[in-house]
Design a protein around this ligand. Structure first.
Ligand code: IMP
Ligand code: MG
Length: 174
């Protein structure tokens, strides 16, 4: 394990409260409909698990895996899909769930990929939004928390595959 210092940013209680708020908003917005929730692996797995358990409308789940093959805290900027979804999304209501939007490149790529399949609607829910770091213009429809620059871990988010299991979210410094 590399030596890092970490400072708590969002406690598990604050996260749980915010996830409940997001889920109730989503349940209102999609009342009477059925959602296909698509999580982006690996980072979104914990957020998505919490979110779908708080949503009160029926939903199906699926996963895509996208990588931007960088190491540490900088992505390469080149996005590749390493696992596609397995559900037919034509004419369905789609909610993409992602851990964090930074440059916006990963979500821009996935949105373009999924729109090709002609869903009825497509919205995006991100746990964290690093608004100031966009390289492409991109707005999520549901945002857990907006954060400044800085690298965060925990609640699914990793640094070199470490720390995903932390129940709280931390900012780290090497
Ligand atoms: P984007 O394509 O630049 O928007 O990057 C999104 C991806 O980069 C996310 O799905 C994360 O996997 C990763 N990422 C960006 N910022 C952080 C961070 O602060 N902590 C952990 N992962 C991050
Ligand atoms: Mg990710």
């Amino acid at each position: 394990m590399e030596k890092i210092t970490k400072e708590i940013l969002f406690s598990r209680d604050a996260i749980q409260k915010r996830v409940r708020e997001l889920a109730s908003q989503i349940s209102i917005d999609y009342a009477g409909r059925e959602l296909v929730v698509i999580g982006i692996l690996k980072g979104a797995f914990i957020f998505m698990a919490d979110l779908v358990r708080e949503i009160s409308i029926p939903c199906k789940v699926d996963f895509a895996r996208l990588a931007s093959y960088g190491t540490g805290s900088e992505s390469s900027g080149k996005v590749v899909m390493t696992k596609d979804i397995e559900t037919s999304i034509k004419s369905r209501d789609i909610l993409i769930v992602e851990d964090i939007v930074d440059s916006g490149l990963t979500l821009q790529y996935l949105v373009a990929w999924l729109k090709e399949r002609d869903p009825h609607s497509l919205k995006i829910c991100v746990f964290l939004d690093k608004r100031k770091r966009r390289k492409v213009s991109f707005e999520a429809d549901y945002v857990g928390f907006t954060i400044d620059d800085g690298f965060v871990v925990g609640y699914g988010l990793d640094f070199n595959e470490q720390y995903r299991f932390f129940p709280d979210v931390y900012v780290i410094r090497q």
